[in-house]
Write a protein that binds this ligand. Structure first.
Ligand code: FPP
Length: 238
C-alpha cells in the first residue's frame, strides 16, 4: 500500500490512545494483553509519521489519573513501557527517532525512569521524528508547575509581572520549545480532552475515531490526515 497524496500535512500530531481495555474485553483477553497490542499501534504510528514526514508526534501514554488504576495494571503498563523502550532503542536509532518525555517523570518506578532517561540521552542527536511520550502527565499539573515557576522568578526579582506574556507561559510548560499540535486524534469514540495538553491544543483540529487503539493503523491514520487536510484553519480570523 502506497502513501496517499495530501495537500497539507500536520507538523505535530498528538494522540489520546484510548480503548485498550475495551479491545481486551471484546477479544476475551487480559487488559495487559490489550496494552501490549496497543504498543504495536505505537510502532505503526511512528513508522507512519516517518513515511509522511511528520516531524512531531506526542502520545498520551500514562496520565496522572492512571495512577489510580489497580496496582497490577499500573505495574503491567510500567513493565510494558520499560520493555518497549529497551527493545525499540536500536530501531529508534536506525530510524532517526528522538525520544522526549513530558510529565512527572520523577514519579515513574526507578527502573523505568532509568531506561527512559537513557533512551532520551541516546536518541538526543536524532532528528527524523520527535516522539514525545506523555508519562504521568496531567495538563493542570503542568500549568500549575509553570505558574509556580513563573511566580518564583517574579519573587526573585528576575521577572516583572507586566512582562509575562503567552510566550512566557508557553515556555514554562513541559513542552517549552516544542511546536503546538496541529492535529489531535482520539481513539475509541470518546469526545473529551481528559487533561491532555489543554494549553497546547488551543488551535488544534480534533479528529475522533470509533476505532479502538490496538486496531489503529494505516487506514485510520490516513483517514485522520485526510480529515485534517480538509479543514480550513483560521485561528480565529476570517
Ligand atoms: C487507554 O486505554 C490506554 C492507556 C491508559 C495506556 C496507553 C498505553 C499503551 C498504548 C501501551 C504502551 C505505550 C507505549 C508508549 C509503549 P484504556 O485502558 O483506558 O482503555 P479502556 O478505556 O477501553 O478501558
Amino acid at each position: 500500500m502506497g502513501k496517499i497524496h495530501l495537500e497539507k500535512i500536520p507538523r505535530h500530531v498528538a494522540i489520546i490512545m484510548d480503548g485498550n481495555g475495551r479491545w481486551a474485553d471484546t477479544h476475551g483477553v487480559t487488559r495487559r494483553a490489550g496494552h501490549t497490542e496497543g504498543a504495536r499501534s505505537v510502532q505503526r504510528c511512528v513508522d507512519l509519521c516517518l513515511e509522511y514526514g511528520i516531524p512531531w508526534m506526542t502520545l498520551y501514554a500514562f496520565s496522572t489519573e492512571n495512577w489510580k488504576r489497580p496496582l497490577s495494571e499500573v505495574s503491567a503498563l510500567m513493565v510494558l513501557l520499560n520493555r518497549f523502550l529497551k527493545q525499540r532503542l536500536s530501531e529508534m536509532m536506525a530510524k532517526n527517532v528522538r525520544l522526549l518525555p513530558i510529565g512527572e517523570i520523577h514519579r515513574l518506578p526507578q527502573r523505568c525512569r532509568k531506561t527512559l532517561l537513557s533512551a532520551v540521552e541516546r536518541t538526543s542527536g536524532n532528528a527524523g521524528l520527535n516522539l514525545v511520550l506523555a508519562l504521568s502527565y496531567g495538563s493542570r499539573q503542568e500549568i500549575t508547575d509553570a505558574v509556580r515557576g513563573i511566580a518564583e522568578r517574579v519573587a526573585a526579582g528576575e521577572l516583572r509581572p507586566e512582562a509575562i506574556t503567552e510566550k512566557t507561559v508557553g515556555e514554562a510548560l513541559y513542552t517549552g520549545g516544542m511546536p503546538d499540535p496541529d492535529l489531535m486524534i482520539r481513539t475509541s469514540g470518546e469526545r473529551r480532552l481528559s487533561n491532555f495538553l489543554l494549553w497546547q491544543l488551543s488551535y488544534a483540529e480534533i479528529h475522533v475515531t470509533e476505532c479502538l487503539w490496538p486496531d489503529f493503523g494505516r487506514e485510520q491514520f490516513e483517514a485522520a490526515l485526510r480529515d485534517y487536510a480538509s479543514r480550513k484553519r483560521r485561528f480565529g480570523k476570517r
